[in-house]
Design a protein around this ligand. Structure first.
Ligand code: NAD
Length: 496
């Protein structure tokens, strides 16, 4: 899509946002548990309301998913049919991409430049990727004895519950919805309270594209009401989740208390970005390290939030990074000039500020930022913040902030770098900057994380899985591997 003009964006941003409803069995309905007021992080003002689904609403959504699955209107549709529908959905996302991006920015505060690329742009690509996979991934015949025919079928699992967070709702939502639908399942989606609007629009586009009623249901509402009811359902086969560790723990409990549904959890991170003195270009690495933590105001699961720097270049590197970070413009996320938009909510902002004060109490030194900014807007903005002297026992080293705060820790040699990198309960992403090829490979092998970037940070492709180890979760989004979560293997053992 061509870069939009500021006036295109402003025109869409001036439109009133209609109240959000629940999508159950192809019908848009009010929620039995009332409404949730949506505040825009841009100015703290009411943007709209969304429906709050009661346990009864959730049960109806699950029942509609089950009925559509059993009826076979989607699950037994010829693969070419499902493929055509998902391609049509991708077309519609592309056609509505500016509207989706602006709506999402008003809802969650991501800067518009990033929203355009990472939200509708990425989601359309994800639907196309899995649309294309539908008729390329299929069963096998096992090499058994000559008088036996053993067929290994891949079948859809049935009803999938997807619970997603607020930071990139369309992108992360598509990572679940696209492979689940491609495999022939019916789904019930539960978006985050503070970022539902683009996913409601996506569901509407899915109906328009031809996803049959009941196959894609959306229930909005508080996690402890709507999410909990969905996770406790006795008729959900698989639950896929992206969000925080504490919620992930609850979901496992709910699964144990209900029908032992399979749970795949994509959780948080505290990812180390390790800079050796022999990095190919320290200035470029400093700029990339600033982007790695400050893009989307640090609200990125793979953010490089722990910077580990070799002592000999520590001071030089930190000052280059601080110069880059200071130049990043914090402002109204609807402005094309903005590089760091709003923090998603006041709760999130207050949490970030709490991390800064604890870091100072524990002996960290703020070398950049540390404060709320643009207070006059009424929105939730925070300066990019760099804290040096952070030790492994500090809260800022151990806990995920999910905000624009970088913890910096020096190291003396490779073994200390590896020890510090792995001193975490998390294991989502990481980065290594070095010109030494052998060291790069040793670090890739040594770091316990789902992703190790070398001489870069970030970057992704639909063909490449994303997932964590340790308390960053299990299972992977993206790539053909993700289809394993949405399909069951069934064996037919036939005596010839
Ligand atoms: P969260 O856990 O607070 O909420 C996520 C979702 O869970 C929301 O829809 C929420 O309503 C729901 N929820 C909350 N309590 C629930 C309950 N008791 N039962 C059922 N559902 C419940 O997380 P968040 O603040 O929305 O998102 C930020 C977190 O997501 C961070 O930890 C971040 O690292 C993580 N994240 C991970 C990835 C990844 O790929 N690993 C990607 C993006 C975000």
């Amino acid at each position: 899509m061509a870069t939009p003009t500021q006036s295109d964006i402003d025109r869409l941003a001036a439109l009133a946002v209609p109240a959000g409803k629940l999508l159950i069995d192809g019908k848009w309905l009010a929620g039995e548990a009332g409404e949730t007021v949506v505040l825009s992080p841009i100015n703290g003002q009411k943007l709209t309301t969304t429906a709050a689904a009661s346990a009864g609403d959730v049960a109806r959504a699950v029942a509609s998913a089950r009925a559509s699955f059993e009826a076979g209107i989607w699950s037994r549709m010829p693969p070419a049919g499902r493929k055509a529908v998902l391609h049509r959905l991708a077309d519609l996302i592309e056609k509505n991409s500016l509207e989706l991006a602006v709506l999402g920015v008003r809802d969650n505060g991501t800067d518009i430049g990033m929203a355009l690329k990472a939200e509708p742009g990425s989601a359309a690509g994800t639907f196309r990727y899995y649309a294309e996979a539908i008729d390329k991934v299929y069963g096998q015949i096992a090499p058994t004895a000559d008088n036996i025919l053993a067929l290994i079928h891949r079948e859809p699992v049935g009803v999938v519950a997807a619970i997603v967070p607020w930071n990139f709702p369309l992108m992360v939502g598509a990572w679940k919805i696209a492979p689940a639908l491609a495999a022939g399942n019916s789904i019930v989606l539960k978006p985050a309270e503070t970022a539902c609007l683009t996913l409601l629009k996506l569901a509407d586009l899915a109906l328009e594209a031809g996803v049959p009623p009941g196959v894609f249901n959306v229930v909005t509402g508080p996690g402890r009401v709507t999410g909990e009811a969905l996770a406790l359902s006795m008729d959900v086969d698989v639950m896929v989740f992206t969000g925080s560790g504490p919620t992930g723990r609850r979901l496992l409990e709910y699964a144990a208390r209900s029908n032992l549904k399979r749970c795949y959890l994509e959780l948080g991170g505290k990812s180390p970005n390790v800079v050796f003195a022999d990095a190919p270009d320290l200035a470029a690495a400093a700029k990339a390290a600033a982007m790695a933590i400050f893009r989307n105001a640090g609200q990125v699961c793979v953010a490089g939030s722990r910077l580990l720097v070799e002592t000999s270049v520590h001071d030089e590197f930190v000052s280059m990074l601080a110069v880059s970070a200071e130049k990043m413009l914090v402002g109204n996320p609807l402005s094309l000039a903005t590089q760091i938009g709003a923090v998603n909510s006041d709760v999130q902002l207050q949490g970030n500020l709490g991390f800064v004060s604890d870091a100072v109490k524990e002996g960290g030194e703020i070398v950049l930022g540390g404060k709320r900014t643009l207070l006059e807007t009424g929105g939730y903005y925070m300066q990019p913040t760099v804290v040096t002297g952070v030790r492994p026992d500090h809260r800022l080293f151990r806990e995920e902030v999910f905000g624009p705060i970088l913890a910096v820790t020096p190291f003396r040699d490779e073994s200390e770098a590896l020890r510090l990198a792995n001193s975490s309960d998390f294991g989502l992403a990481s980065g290594v900057w070095t010109s030494n090829l052998s060291r790069a490979h040793r670090m890739v092998r040594g770091i316990r994380a789902g992703v190790v970037h070398v001489n870069t940070y970030g970057g992704s492709d639909n063909s490449v899985p994303l997932g964590g180890v340790k308390q960053s979760g299990n299972g992977h989004d993206k790539s053909l591997h993700a289809l394993d979560k949405y399909t069951d293997l069934k064996t037919a053992w036939i005596q010839l």
